[in-house]
Ligand binder design. Structure first.
Ligand SMILES: C[S@@+](CC[C@H](N)C(=O)[O-])C[C@H]1O[C@@H](n2cnc3c(N)ncnc32)[C@H](O)[C@@H]1O
Length: 327
């Protein structure tokens, strides 16, 4: 497993903003709902001996690696790792983390969306066209609740393939690729990453086959989003995390493409306008990685971090405007 190579995106920015309001000298609870290699979770633990972390991941490899790291770093008393999809975290937190709510709730909750470098580097997971492997792409490969990429490619109707390649991948040759997949699978089931890469490669015009971006990039991204129902799960989760925050607690979400970022932006806006729990959006514009971070880790280049804070009272925008004008 290659978790040692994992680079945590916007690590300092996330931990700084989530810990900023933590009361000094008191226990504070943080939730890292995308544990991955544990980069962000452990950064909370290193920041202050009074910080406690509750984390989730749905990937069996991430969990196994995480449990080993927790033991190795003797942190069992300060972090709990739950094997679950984060959409179920609100229920799990209420049931299994009463200590957090005795303190008023979480001081910070983090989601660092998508897959980790481990997924792309393990041929057997089928996320990458760089290696030959089975077309799987499930983060939770022990669950039958998710279709594999192989099932999608071989069983979806042509129109549905076209739709996901267009909507999730913004693939300009989506029509051609969907038609070719349907033609090829009549002769033989498409079962490996290299089978699929080969089909996509030949759908691209010759002069565009060897550009900076591999022709398979967009279709593989689209399939990954469809397999793991990433956008659906994100949409169903965000609003339910807000009541888990204490007053002054913050929710930070790192997204990696425009579809995810749009969901985060819109749901944050809806929450700030709702009459339910008062929240305040701290990032009018998302925080993005520095040039230095992008140089060190090119995968971070598309990252966007948005943060909201649960407040005691609704901030009256007009009142602020008025006060500002009077100064
Ligand atoms: C980008 S990585 C996180 C890396 C981590 N922040 C670090 O610094 O090591 C995303 C992780 O979240 C997990 N994940 C993605 N969506 C999930 C979901 N809906 N529920 C639980 N885990 C999820 C993936 O399995 C992956 O391990």
């Amino acid at each position: 497993m290659s978790y040692t190579k994992h680079y945590s995106v916007l690590k300092k920015e996330c931990i700084d903003t989530l810990t900023e309001n933590a009361p000094k000298g008191e226990i504070a609870y943080f939730a890292d709902l995308t544990f991955g290699g544990g980069g962000h979770s452990f950064e909370f633990l290193y920041r202050d001996p009074l910080f406690q972390v509750r984390s989730t991941d749905q990937d069996p490899d991430a969990l196994k690696n995480g449990e080993a790291r927790i033991l190795n770093e003797k942190m069992s008393g300060r972090i709990k790792l739950f094997n679950t999809n984060f959409v179920r975290f609100p229920g799990i937190a209420i049931e299994s983390c009463p200590e957090v709510f005795e303190k008023g709730g979480f001081q910070g909750i983090l989601l660092d969306l998508g897959v980790s470098s481990h997924h792309f580097d393990e041929a057997g997971r089928g996320f990458s066209f760089r290696f030959d492997g089975p077309l799987d792409m499930r983060m939770n490969y022990t669950s039958d609740a998710f279709l594999t990429a192989e099932e999608i490619v071989n069983e979806y109707r042509e129109e549905k393939l076209f739709k996901i390649f267009t909507e999730y991948g913004e693939e300009k040759y989506a029509k051609r690729i969907a038609a070719k997949i349907v033609e090829e699978r009549k002769a033989k089931r498409i079962s490996t990453t290299k089978d699929l890469e080969n089909i996509i490669f030949h759908c691209y015009p010759k002069e565009q086959r060897h550009g900076k971006t591999n022709p398979s990039t967009r279709v593989f991204q689209a399939l990954r989003l469809e397999v793991n129902r990433e956008l659906e799960v994100l949409t169903d989760t965000i609003t339910h995390l807000i009541p888990l925050l204490k007053i002054g607690g913050r929710l930070a979400i790192i997204s990696f493409h425009s579809l995810e970022d749009r969901i985060v932006k819109n749901l944050f806006k809806d929450a700030s306008e709702s009459t339910e729990l008062p929240v305040h959006i701290l990032t009018k514009k998302p925080i993005v990685p520095s040039e230095e971070e992008i140089f060190d880790n090119s995968r971070s280049r598309s990252a966007k971090l948005r943060v909201l804070e649960r407040t005691e009272f609704k901030k009256d925008k007009n009142k602020y405007k008025k006060e500002f004008r009077q100064e």
